[in-house]
Design a protein around this ligand. Structure first.
Ligand SMILES: [Zn+2]
Ligand SMILES: [Zn+2]
Length: 244
């Protein structure tokens, strides 16, 4: 379910990617976008749900996944994958919340990294090719083993901070009685400025620290151009700058 009020978002045709969720107003960094309130199904039953090539299943725990109660209804399951996403997932009370990684501009499509586990023999033939067009696109929605392990450890720690609500197989998760106001930034998230807006121009003659760069991109939503250094920084991923 999308938790932003209706005036903030709309579902539109996203071309080859099917439908997508678009911002109708600027969204503040850290803002909660929605909660994946699917029906709880056993992992063993996954194949009976996902057979049309869509990627709606959401990992819940090792033996359970979530599947939208109504795939046609608007929800965070319509957020498409990108290698330079503007939202990320946050585990809270066992729920997967989507939040704004940075300032999101009116008109932008909301995107998320699907954080798929490393490609293995079970994903064959793999249909998770990425065509997001971002300068750092790695052409697959699967993460490398190293990245995935790091993310998994981080996410487990995050998830352990709040108590998981009880769930029943075959029933959807219930909306929580309250949600965090805002999610803080963390270096584990891939952060990148908007590719639809001109970069911010900074006349520094040395690059600011990664921490400062993250803060600027998160607050302004823009990539940064350093004309004196002849560099354009799209964002930060895995402790390194993404140039474009
Ligand atoms: Zn695959
Ligand atoms: Zn991509």
């Amino acid at each position: 379910m999308i938790l932003l009020t209706d005036d903030y978002w709309e579902v539109k045709d996203a071309g080859k990617r099917g439908r997508g969720v678009y911002a109708k107003k600027d969204i503040l960094p850290g803002a909660i976008i929605g909660d994946y309130l699917g029906k709880v199904i056993r992992t063993a039953e996954e194949d009976t749900y996902e057979k049309d090539g869509h990627l709606y299943l959401m990992y819940y725990h090792d033996r359970a996944s979530l599947y939208p109660v109504d795939v046609k209804a608007a929800g965070v399951h319509l957020i498409n994958h990108s290698c330079a996403p503007n939202t990320w997932m946050y585990t809270y009370k066992g729920h997967t919340l989507f939040f704004a990684l940075r300032h999101i501009f009116k008109g932008e499509e909301l995107t998320a990294s699907y954080l798929l586990s490393p490609l293995d023999e079970f994903c064959d033939p793999c249909t998770h090719t990425c065509h997001c067009g971002a300068p750092n696109c790695n052409h697959s929605m699967h993460m490398s083993k190293e990245r995935y392990d790091r993310w998994d450890t981080f996410n487990d720690e995050e998830a352990a901070r709040t108590k998981k609500a009880r769930v029943r197989y075959g029933y959807p998760l219930a909306k929580l009685s309250s949600y965090p106001k805002s999610i803080p930034d963390d270096p584990i998230y891939t952060l990148s400025g908007s590719l639809e807006k001109p970069p911010l121009v900074m006349r520094d003659d040395t690059l600011p620290s990664l921490k400062e760069i993250r803060k600027i991109i998160r607050d302004t939503g823009r990539a940064i151009e350093f004309p004196l250094l002849n560099k354009k920084v799209l964002g930060v991923a895995d402790g390194e700058l993404i140039f474009f």
